[in-house]
Design a protein around this ligand. Structure first.
Ligand code: HEM
Length: 212
């Protein structure tokens, strides 16, 4: 398993796999098979893949620790960039095919539909993360500051779930499912943070009892 995850071919295979949703959309587009409402179909498909890649990106750290597979970290950046890539397609569909670059129409939509506002927040938070995802930026910012900045992905994922929850009309099962997964992934991080702050057992055992 370790050698499979370290192979450059696995990374290349994952990269190809991550492009499959786009390839399917293009294929359906060329064959005029994007349903009766192509804009809605593309918006939904790209929105779905944005949230899926966001969740996958957040799952890497817990999985590599729980499964003891440190090599999984090699895929985190790529998955995060694919989340951003599909978010760009999602956002472009709205700006271009839905609003035809009409700023007043966009503004009206932002004012009228609160799920658009929170979706914007989720998207705009991803931009600095994508721009600073390179090793050069980690060096320039320093590990700690880079890590602090990249915690914005937590807010982006939560905003993405709220966006989804607010936009569905009746069946909220899917957004709630994503909400539960994101909550679990964030709770795991809080748990790890608490554990890291606790002094080791032998220090706790030898420290004087404050109530004594
Ligand atoms: C990280 C950012 C975002 C995520 C994770 C996300 C995710 C989603 C998801 C999962 C859906 C529903 C797909 C389905 O029903 O199958 C959706 C729909 C939609 N999103 Fe986003 N989205 C994001 C950002 C945005 C932005 C920035 C805009 C526009 C400014 C936007 C506009 C829309 C619209 C118009 C719909 C369709 C609403 C409807 O069917 O009535 N989204 N998005």
């Amino acid at each position: 398993m370790h050698s499979l995850l370290s192979s450059k071919w696995t990374k290349a295979a994952l990269f190809t796999l991550a492009l499959v949703p786009l390839a399917i959309l293009l294929w359906r587009g060329f064959h005029q098979n994007l349903t009766a409402n192509p804009i809605e179909f593309i918006t939904h498909a790209t929105g779905d893949w944005t949230i899926r890649f966001l969740v996958l990106t957040l799952a890497i750290t817990p999985l590599r620790q729980i499964l003891k597979l440190p090599e999984l970290i090699r895929f985190r950046r790529m998955l995060g960039l694919f989340a951003f890539f599909y978010a760009c397609l999602h956002f472009t569909t709205w700006i271009w095919f839905d609003k035809f670059f009409d700023l007043s129409e966009m503004w009206k939509d932002i004012e009228k539909r609160r799920f658009i506002t929170v979706g914007m927040l989720a998207f705009f938070l991803m931009i600095p993360l994508a721009l600073t995802s390179t090793a050069g930026w980690i060096r320039r910012l320093g590990g700690r500051r880079w890590q602090m900045l990249h915690r914005a992905i937590y807010v982006s994922a939560v905003a993405g779930v709220i966006h989804y929850y607010w936009l569905v009309k009746s069946d909220v099962r899917k957004p709630l499912m994503y909400g539960a997964v994101v909550t679990l992934l964030l709770a795991w991080r809080v748990g790890q943070w608490i554990l890291r702050r606790r002094p080791p057992a032998h220090v706790r055992a030898t420290s004087p009892d404050p109530s004594a």
